[in-house]
Design a protein. Structure first.
Length: 394
């Protein structure tokens, strides 16, 4: 390891604070301690999370010590990043359950034998009230209010709880406890990461290098990938829907996915782009992504299933089933009950967009579903979600 690693490790990062510091640390020729914190606020990891995890893997492959910090203590405070109001903390039981799911999914990318998993309650819980006061003394309120979401809430007269100021300080103390050389995070975490860099000298430590990775747009190509927005691709999803979701992204977004979700170099990606066959390139991307999480054979099988559905116009070989009583039904209620929409308003939006089909035929917004006993039909939303409805007497 050494300065030659810099280009590989910095590739795809948005911020490196500072490049000179990283070069100097690498030049010392010893493994760096690389810290990444995850608050287990939700149990599912999607491809947006894996952009950061792939960077962790690059450090692992270069021989550095990667510490996967699960914020079981900070998770009970609640990260205020991007929030317009105080967020309720998680219970201990929720944190522990989510943390186990996080680890299981993260190890689809990270090497478990090279990943050190730590829970920050270990040192934050032992800090004590005097330690918390000393920690709070390393930072001031004026600097805390430089943070955009705090400043906006303060100027708008919206409440900010004192414990929310403790979140970036507690995350920063993780770096002190681990004597971190580098901390990685998404671009939305830049302020929090820099707090760690700022307070480390107060504890007699060299400031860590801060590196951020881009936030990945979801399948809609507009908003950040998010389960709540429904534009996500989960790493635990089965191969067929994962493949179909990748195929649903725009041709332009595909190249960003190539850059952030594969290990192909920029020159290789440009060669692929220069072939001028976007569908072939997208199929190759989908095979690669499915293969990363389920194996190469699963990627090939998912492509065959996708072609059967979308080119041969056949329905999936397997799909969820739901029973429905005979009679007229409101489509928006059926879609919610079948798990194809998150709410009635979401269902209405899908209907207006023409995304809902009955046996391959578009369902018009405002129409009702008329069904009789022993009938069976397939309802689909978009390219990846299918449910078979079986009509049965209650």
């Amino acid at each position: 390891m050494g300065p030659a690693d810099f280009d590989i490790l910095a590739r795809g990062c948005v911020d490196v604070v500072t490049p000179l510091s990283l070069r100097e640390k690498l030049a010392r020729g010893r493994p760096l301690t690389v810290k990444v914190g995850f608050d287990p606020t939700a149990p599912d990891i999607h491809l947006g999370h894996t952009v950061l995890m792939r960077k962790m893997k690059h450090f692992q492959e270069a021989g550095h010590r990667v510490v996967f910090v699960i914020g079981d203590f900070t998770g009970m405070i609640g990260d205020p990043t991007g929030k317009s109001k105080t967020r309720p903390p998680l219970s201990r039981e929720e944190i522990e359950a989510n943390a186990e799911t996080y680890k299981k999914q993260a190890f689809k990318i990270l090497d478990p034998t090279k990943t050190e998993t730590r829970f920050n309650r270990e040192w934050l819980g032992a800090l004590g009230s005097d330690g918390v006061v000393r920690l709070a003394a390393t930072y001031n309120v004026a600097r805390m209010l430089e943070r955009r979401d705090f400043r906006q809430r303060y100027e708008a007269g919206q409440p900010i709880s004192v414990h929310e100021f403790l979140y970036p300080l507690a995350q920063a103390y993780d770096s002190v406890a681990l004597k971190a050389d580098v901390e990685l995070g998404g671009t939305d975490q830049l302020f929090n990461l820099n707090v760690g860099r700022d307070i480390m000298p107060a504890y007699g430590l060299e400031p860590q290098v801060v590196m951020t990775t881009p936030l990945l747009e979801g399948t809609d190509g507009v908003d950040k990938m998010s389960k709540s927005l429904g534009n996500y691709i989960g790493v635990a999803e089965s191969p067929d829907p994962m493949f179909a979701k990748v195929l649903s992204i725009s041709d332009e977004l595909m190249w960003r996915y190539y850059l952030l979700l594969t290990d192909l170099g920029e020159a290789e990606i440009e060669r692929e782009r220069g072939l001028g066959r976007p569908m072939d390139s997208k199929l190759a991307l989908a095979r690669r992504i499915v293969g990363d999480f389920h194996g190469a054979a699963a990627g090939t099988a998912a492509e065959a299933e996708w072609r059967r559905i979308h080119q041969a116009r056949e329905v999936p070989a397997e799909m969820p089933e739901m029973s429905l009583r005979p009679g007229p039904h409101k489509w928006r209620e059926v879609l919610v009950a079948a798990g194809l929409a998150s709410s009635k308003s979401d269902a209405e939006r899908l209907l207006r967009q023409g995304a809902v089909k009955r046996d391959g035929q578009r369902v018009e917004s405002g129409s009702e579903l008329e069904v009789s006993t022993d009938e069976s039909l397939v309802v689909s939303v978009g390219a990846a979600r299918f449910v078979r409805l079986r009509i049965e007497e209650p």
